[in-house]
Design a protein around this ligand. Structure first.
Ligand code: HEM
Length: 399
């Protein structure tokens, strides 16, 4: 009797040559095995869903639970049966999820975020002033890409930026797939302890910020301290990690595609959508759990099975984006990508991320048109072990 073939591992290695292409041979999978079983680093098997239409269908399906979202499958120390914390917006389902989402969504509408654009522009200018005054070489990550979204989210939430050393390192640990269980728990405890103190202070002395409004709003249905802390933590971590990585990685891509840079200055909205699609920084997709039997493409998925909706594969699906592996700012309907997810959990902060990216990239290339990478590509270190892809440092020079 021949043994059944072992379940292949979830692809995690990016092809040599292009650090912007997703890991694994997704093109072949989309063609021949668009929804196939893989073994995840967390130890469980999951259906890897690679086609754009199937990814959207899975994410729109209300019978799919988000209890493992967004990427518990990547954590070898994950406890897959762990109860979802009541404030964890990204993991809650149904009415519990809608209740939390309603409490924050009004703070991130296009109108509210547009009102912040001038603030983002000011930050971009002041950080460029400081970077240029300090002189080349500079690290674009530490001097520009990380502080801008951190300052914006701090301002919006009402978190003192002076405390950044207390949350930036912990949030980096929380998105790392290499962190041990102990390190992850320590980071979580430290960050929730910090936020607990902050919420207690705001209860006594509310300010004009989102955290204070979360405390005072909804008098008939107040959030508990646990809910406040976990929701606050999700907003703080999601609010700067993703955008910071997108700013640095987009800069690198544009430095490697100088012919495309003028389009960024002329049409930043369009360019940013294409960068979001092309880079798909939420690199391990988003995890779902089937609560009932369901058909995904030609596959029958059973209740109790896990699914990985591969956003980066969906965003390279040739049937939707022709020439998908190329950065192309002339694409029709550039907003059809799923870089912000899809369905009930689609990114709350997407408008904010768009404004930050548009302002950061146009400000940078307008002020420093001769910006260049100061080291050879082989010397750059990419984030292969974090939930959000990016570049660790980006040494740049000019002049
Ligand atoms: C380029 C930047 C960003 C990217 C690529 C991104 C990506 C995503 C994705 C893919 C999801 C869906 C997760 C899922 O379905 O399981 C998501 C959800 C979320 N994002 Fe973002 N995000 C970005 C920026 C932001 C910012 C600036 C904030 C600000 C607070 C934010 C807050 C959130 C929250 C709270 C959720 C959970 C929404 C829910 O479950 O209802 N994100 N994001």
């Amino acid at each position: 009797m021949t043994a059944a073939p072992a379940t292949p591992a979830l692809p995690t290695t990016r092809p040599a040559g292009c650090p912007f292409d997703p890991p694994g041979n997704y093109a072949a999978l989309r063609e021949t095995a668009p929804t196939s079983k893989v073994r995840c680093p967390a130890g469980m098997d999951a259906w890897l869903v690679t086609r754009y239409a199937d990814v959207r269908a899975v994410l729109a399906d209300r019978t799919m639970s988000s209890r493992g979202a967004s990427s518990v499958h990547m954590n070898p120390n994950a406890d897959l049966d762990e109860e979802v914390s009541p404030g964890s917006i990204i993991q809650l389902d149904g009415a519990a999820h809608s209740r939390l989402r309603k409490k924050v969504i009004a703070e991130f509408t296009v109108r509210r975020v547009e009102a912040l654009r001038w603030y983002v522009q000011g930050l971009v200018e002041s950080h460029l002033d400081a970077m240029l005054a300090k002189g080349a070489p500079a690290d674009l990550v530490q001097d520009f890409a990380l502080p801008i979204p951190s300052l914006v989210i701090c301002e919006l939430l009402g978190v003192p930026y002076a405390d950044r050393s207390r949350f930036q390192q912990h949030s980096a640990t929380l998105v790392s797939t290499d962190a041990t269980r102990e390190e992850g728990e320590q980071a979580y405890d430290a960050l929730s302890g910090y936020l607990g103190d902050l919420f207690t202070a705001k209860q006594r002395n509310p300010q004009d910020d989102l955290f204070s409004r979360l405390i005072s709003g909804g008098a008939s249905d107040p959030l508990t301290m646990e809910e406040l802390v976990v929701l606050g933590l999700s907003l703080l971590v999601a609010g700067h990690e993703t955008t910071a990585n997108m700013i640095a990685l987009s800069t690198l891509v544009l430095l490697e595609h100088p012919d495309q840079r003028d389009i960024v200055l002329a049409e930043p909205e369009r360019a940013v959508e294409e960068l979001l699609r092309y880079l798909s920084v939420v690199q391990w997709g988003v995890l779902r759990y089937a609560t009932s039997d369901v058909q995904v493409g030609s596959r029958s998925v059973r209740a109790g099975e896990w699914l990985v909706a591969a956003l980066n594969s969906a965003n390279r699906d040739e049937t939707v984006f022709s020439g998908a592996d190329k950065l192309d700012f002339d694409r029709e309907s550039p907003r059809t990508h799923v870089a912000f997810g899809f369905g009930a959990h689609q990114c709350v902060g997407q408008q904010l991320a768009r404004v930050e990216l548009q302002e950061a990239l146009t400000g940078l290339f307008r002020r420093v048109p001769d910006l260049r990478v100061a080291v050879a590509r082989e010397e750059l270190r990419f984030k292969h072990n974090t939930l959000v892809y990016g570049v660790r440092e980006l040494p740049v020079a000019w002049g």
